[in-house]
Design a protein around this ligand. Structure first.
Ligand SMILES: CSC[C@H]1O[C@H](OP(=O)(O)O)[C@H](O)[C@@H]1O
Length: 360
């Protein structure tokens, strides 16, 4: 386990590490209402596709616990409202909807008149989602190892570590696994404007892990690939379409273009919970647009002239043609992704079912 917890269920409440204050302050907040959870996801107290999925699952448990409903019918209505509220908090990361829908389909399959049983069913499923996430991330790291030379230099974008997940991380989990398995690792950390998940969060996590790195501005990645040795770019994802088109933090597409131009392998670390086979390609992936304020000011200090307009898409979509491989907990997917991704999703689903049966 990392020396910090992104999220934890404790005494019938959800405890979150407030990532907006990192790296200079480690402060935890305790939430008891689903409305607070939706706001914490929206304002990025907690962020990262797998982390917000697990957080939303625990948000559903709080909704059941706080519900004033006296009948199961009323409780189900309350839970549907909570599901809608949570899913609306951030639109791009499919993990959010995936986790909430997974909870609701379990609840709707129950035949009980006992609201308490519904709460315990939801809480147990939230714990399962959290446990699966950590196992998934560790497996992604192991699956990536054969792709990496003994001495390996990465460029990494945004934050995909324990802070973006329940623990261990996805793309940063690959970097961590390489380090833990004796590879000589170095990382160029994209600062990742405008919320600086790289400079604030990834740098903080790499320091804790003892992995050497240098922070670079987002616009420097092409220059670094042209003038220094970079063995691989590794990034996370928020939604992967059937054809492999991948939504990830804004700037990922530019990074993929630069990697392609310099012949540097571009790897996506993708828990199968982030793969959305219902979308044929990336055109239909909803791209969250956040406030102009995030660009024209930082920490409340104006950067741009007063009144300067800004356009702030929080994600972009990298076309599959620029993605060398997609690494999941079920293995490594190569193009054509229309064929390899469904196999990965199906294999991971079978493993989850086996994991459940072994743990019953
Ligand atoms: C483990 S993937 C996390 C994924 O989420 C980040 O976005 P945000 O910080 O806005 O939640 C970024 O896209 C990462 O790749």
């Amino acid at each position: 386990m990392a020396p910090y917890r992104t999220l934890e269920w404790r005494n019938d409440a959800l405890v979150l590490l407030d990532q907006r204050l990192l790296p200079h302050e480690v402060r935890y907040i305790t939430l008891t209402r689903v409305e607070e959870v939706a706001e914490a996801i929206r304002n990025m107290t907690v962020r990262g596709a797998p982390a917000i999925g697990a957080t939303a699952a625990y948000g559903m448990a709080l909704a059941a616990l706080q519900s004033p409903a006296k009948t199961v019918e009323d409780l189900l209505r309350h839970l549907e409202q909570a599901a809608t509220l949570l899913k609306a908090s951030r639109p791009t990361a499919v993990n959010l909807a995936w986790a909430v829908d997974r909870i609701m389909s379990l609840v709707n399959a129950l035949s009980t008149n006992d609201p308490t049983q519904i709460f315990h069913t939801i809480l147990n499923e939230a714990h399962t989602i959290a446990e699966e996430d950590v196992q998934t991330n560790r497996q992604i790291g192991l699956n990536a190892l054969p792709l990496l030379p003994p001495k390996v230099t990465f460029i990494h974008h945004c934050n995909t570590g324990a802070l973006a997940t329940v623990d261990y991380g996805t793309a940063l989990g690959i970097i961590r696994t390489a380090h833990e398995h004796g590879h000589e690792v170095f990382v160029y950390v994209d600062e990742t404007r405008p919320r600086l998940q790289g400079a604030r969060l990834t740098a903080w996590e790499l320091q804790q892990l003892g992995i050497p790195f240098q922070i670079i501005v987002d616009g420097a990645s092409g220059f670094v690939m042209r003038t220094r040795k970079v063995d691989a770019v590794v990034v996370g994802c928020d939604r992967v379409a059937l054809n492999g088109d991948t939504a990830n933090k804004i700037g990922t597409y530019n990074l993929a273009l630069a990697a392609h131009a310099h012949g540097v392998p571009f790897y996506v670390a993708a828990p199968t919970s982030t793969i959305d086979l219902s979308l044929p390609n990336g055109a239909a992936i909803p791209i969250e647009e956040r406030s102009e304020e995030e660009i024209v000011a930082f920490d409340g200090h104006p950067i741009a002239p007063v009144g300067a307009p800004a356009f702030n898409p929080a994600f972009d979509v990298t076309p599959a043609q620029y993605i060398t491989a997609i690494i999941t907990e079920a293995g490594i997917a190569y193009p054509p992704y229309e064929q390899s991704l469904p196999y990965q999703v199906e294999t991971a689903k079978k493993w989850r079912e086996k994991f459940r049966s072994l743990n019953r």
